[in-house]
Write a protein that binds this ligand. Sequence first.
Ligand SMILES: [Zn+2]
Length: 67
Amino acid sequence: MAEFVEFEDIMCSGCQVKMQLGRADFTYLGHNFHTEVMRCPKCGAVYIPQELAEGKIADAETALEDK
Ligand SMILES: [Zn+2]
């Protein structure tokens, strides 16, 4: 996932450890889908980039509503 390379050095502000890329599952309107997000291996906090929160999720909502 080349687009996530720039997020490699994100630190968890609480634990001071590097966040790692991992899969996160979502359920929306009864549909299950997943995406790759940065999350803290220690406390499990998830970092969702602004463009992901406002872009991909919104696109997914739109696609589901069109059906
Ligand atoms: Zn943490």
